[in-house]
Write a protein that binds this ligand. Sequence first.
Ligand SMILES: NC(=O)c1ccc[n+]([C@@H]2O[C@H](COP(=O)([O-])OP(=O)(O)OC[C@H]3O[C@@H](n4cnc5c(N)ncnc54)[C@H](O)[C@@H]3O)[C@@H](O)[C@H]2O)c1
Length: 349
Amino acid sequence: MAPQPSDLAFVPFVSVDHMMGLIHHIGIETLLCDLADAIEADFKRWELFDKTPRVASHSDVGVIELMPTSDGEMYGFKYVNGHPKNTKEGLQTVTAFGLLADVESGYPKLLSEMTLLTALRTAATSAMAARHLAPKGARSMAMIGNGAQAEFQCLAFKAICGIDEVRLFDIDPAATAKCAANLAGQGLKVVSCSSGEESMEGAQIITTCTADKQYATILTDNMVGSGVHINAIGGDCPGKTELHRDILMRSEIFVEYPPQTRIEGEIQQLEPDHPVTELWRVITGQTIGRRNDKEITLFDSVGFAIEDFSALRYVLSAIQGTPFSTQLDMLADPDDPRDLFGMLQRSSQ
Ligand SMILES: NC(=O)c1ccc[n+]([C@@H]2O[C@H](COP(=O)([O-])OP(=O)(O)OC[C@H]3O[C@@H](n4cnc5c(N)ncnc54)[C@H](O)[C@@H]3O)[C@@H](O)[C@H]2O)c1
């Protein structure tokens, strides 16, 4: 009889359908809060993680990246792409999937879709950073770039930072209309704006989340008043930035992992030794975040592997006892570990 897969052959797989089911089951705002807490907890143990700038394969139209890390017990990686031209062809700008494995045996423990999970973890990370950096009592956020990530960002800032107004702007009014329609009834005052300047009127937090494969200038220096917090999401590749250099010179800059952000973030426009603060040091209380209500704080976010690791670990624990995964026959696991070929031979009998 052909060999049957052993229990060890199976790896839980979270499909897109399962991920959507899980999000509805938990509730998106609860999930965003849980994720922010999971990511913050891992930022508190930052030093024990393996860290490396992500491995990027660039082409003229986009990038494909691998993002690995490990805390010594589990290993994780994410595959992610970034192709700003994709939406014009009916494709997503960003898609992703990822894996968690047991460091002790090297056997995978989870395979998951991560396109939705990336939007959730990026939003949770942004709002978690703003919890430490934004001016106290911030209620209004400008949301510039109203594509795939935008609603997730708005809901995370509502659930985690207490934002109750979002002011939307996109160069494509259809994107703003989509975003406004999706946010209707979510407990936010939604204002659709016809310029970046209008979106920033009265906003204490400015999120830029646009996609363009070039140095863009979504914000110029004269647009940014004192005391605001800027959450810059879309500048995340060499040659792909959103803020004018002069804004960076006026801001206190907070980053995830400097060796990666110096290559990919807004700070690629600055000297390689321009002072920046690692967010984990603020979170652990080693250094101060916002110092006063006049300074401009900037979270120069590029997305770091530890955030994906935290998100995957959260999903692995959240799916336990739920129907939101299937078992994939993913690992060849012969009875005699050295008889891989024998297993193959017996499977034809
Ligand atoms: N930092 C991170 O962790 C992280 C994570 C995920 C995505 N991203 C980045 O965030 C960006 C947005 O991702 P997405 O999935 O929402 O992309 P998307 O293509 O779905 O949406 C981008 C939106 O930006 C708009 N836009 C482009 N240029 C603009 C401009 N000059 N002014 C105003 N709007 C403009 C487009 O019309 C589009 O609606 C991408 O650049 C992506 O690489 C970063």
